[in-house]
Design a protein around this ligand. Structure first.
Ligand SMILES: Nc1ncnc2c1ncn2[C@@H]1O[C@H](COP(=O)(O)OP(=O)(O)OP(=O)(O)O)[C@@H](O)[C@H]1O
Ligand SMILES: [Mg+2]
Length: 454
């Protein structure tokens, strides 16, 4: 009994001392310290934190007020010390690993550190240094789309919102990342991410008051993106139509190249006074289906490899990032390798996660739709914004769409232009249909003789 009591008193003292020593300001680095002490108890030299930086500001002070009952027992004090309100913070730590502790071994402990702070922990290596980003801020299950790109236009050409990270919203310039691959299981938010990005791009035309960015969408599965046609985007849905569109974009790429003259790329061209070439974005949903056609696969590959200097950028989404997605030719692997920036929603297992990320993370993130890992320089957990649909949230949807000006386009047929440009265009199949009978309004609606990206 006495021994039990001693143990309890010692535990109490220990917990109390730790809480005092920590204080609310550096709770997280101290928890990391404690965890290292426990995990590497038997090692003569332990990993050592030699630099710590507070990344995100803490929340209001009064959140930390203890909620103690008037009378309390010793156990209640211990409990309170453990679960008491804590400052929400994100810390960046530089850690030295002593000889005998491998980086990969230390990285495999991420989960222990995350549990110790009740949040997330990421470990990465940069040369000899090991960095840890650790946070007890947890992401909400849903963030509604609300994004004003105006302030970002001061430093970015095509700002797009990726999602909410632990340090706030993540906004990227598409002219810097060039392309974006969106992957994940069914119903996790791939198309929703594309809807909000398209909306933001179209909004840029309104904000800048000119033809600033052109948008073309390939959506093989259904017509969920068709409504963007009313706001100036090109949308195609049928196989023959998206082949036509890909040919026309290729043609536009050549025309743009000529126009650039001696300029290295569109950014240099547009920096010259008086020049204003619109940027262009090609978005392909279910890209595995689109690439089943070998003409499309080749053009898609070209689009990510060659078009960026001419200001044409690509965003693609798929459920199936496997090497065999486009058949046995490895074309899809080559295509995938062109995407440095990736959004990985939840994946079925570790192997699938590693097809897209350098880690298992996409297999372990919560099942919540919209929760993803964004990979560019590093891998970071994000919650992508929810974009309303007309059926589910008509009021919100109409409110957003009323911000965009409607753009009517006259009907015309462009099939002749495609034949002229590409003699290899698969005639036998088009001949089964009368000219100009394409299913897509966009293809029929293009202005006479004009190319969507010219
Ligand atoms: N960011 C989000 N926040 C909250 N809910 C979301 C989010 N994204 C998607 N959802 C929910 O999940 C549903 C499916 O989303 P979405 O159609 O974007 O999935 P998907 O990944 O494109 O699926 P599929 O592979 O079947 O096309 C949406 O209707 C919505 O209810
Ligand atoms: Mg989808």
């Amino acid at each position: 009994m006495k021994q039990q009591n001693d143990e309890f008193v010692n535990n109490l003292k220990d917990t109390f001392m730790r809480a005092l020593y920590r204080g609310p300001d550096d709770e997280i680095p101290s928890a990391v310290w404690d965890t290292i002490e426990i995990l590497y108890k038997k090692y003569p030299m332990k990993p050592f934190i030699f630099e710590k930086t507070l990344l995100s500001p803490s929340e209001k002070k009064n959140n930390l007020k203890p909620n103690l009952p008037k009378k309390f027992t010793a156990q209640e004090i211990v409990h309170w010390i453990k679960v008491r309100p804590k400052k929400k913070q994100t810390w960046f730590l530089v850690i030295h690993l002593p000889p005998g502790i491998e980086y990969s071994e230390f990285k495999s402990r991420e989960g222990h550190f995350a549990t110790a702070v009740g949040g997330s922990a990421e470990i990465e290596r940069n040369g000899e240094a090991v960095y840890m980003t650790i946070s007890n801020i947890s992401l909400e299950k849903e963030y509604s789309y609300s994004f004003d790109p105006t302030p970002y236009l001061k430093t970015m050409k095509l700002p797009i919102l990726i999602g909410q990270g632990v340090n706030g919203p993540i906004v990227q310039d598409l002219t810097v990342i060039y392309s974006l691959l969106i992957v994940g299981l069914r119903g996790k938010g791939k198309s929703t991410a594309m809807h909000q990005i398209i909306y933001t791009l179209l909004l840029l035309n309104k904000i800048t008051g000119k033809d600033y960015v052109q948008v073309a969408i390939i959506g093989p599965k259904n017509k969920e993106f068709e409504y963007f046609e009313d706001y100036g985007a090109t949308f195609v849905h049928e196989e023959l139509d998206y082949l036509k569109l890909l040919f026309l974009i290729d043609k536009a790429d050549k025309e743009r190249k000529n126009k650039l003259g001696k300029c290295r790329d569109i950014l240099e061209y547009n920096s010259i006074k008086g020049n204003s070439m619109p940027y262009a974005v090609l978005l392909v949903d279910e890209v595995d289906m689109v690439g089943e056609d070998k003409y499309c696969a080749e053009l898609l590959l070209k689009s990510v490899k060659k078009y960026r200097s001419q200001g044409i950028y690509c965003i693609s989404a798929t459920q199936r990032p496997s090497a065999k997605a486009w058949g046995n030719n490895n074309l899809f692997t080559e295509y995938k390798s062109q995407f440095e920036a990736r959004i990985a929603f939840r994946m079925a297992d570790r192997i699938n996660s590693q097809m897209i990320l350098e880690s298992d993370k996409a297999a372990y993130i919560p099942k919540t739709p919209g929760r993803a890992i964004y990979k560019y320089d590093t891998e970071e957990e994000v919650q992508t914004p929810y974009f309303p649909t007309e059926n589910k949230h008509p009021k919100l949807f109409n409110q957003l769409m009323s911000q965009l000006p409607k753009i009517p386009l006259p009907y015309t047929d462009i099939e002749g232009e495609v034949y002229e440009y590409e003699p290899n265009y698969p005639r036998p199949r088009t001949q089964t249909r009368s000219q100009g009978s394409g299913s897509s309004r966009s293809i029929k609606m293009l202005k006479s003789g004009t190319n969507p990206f010219a």
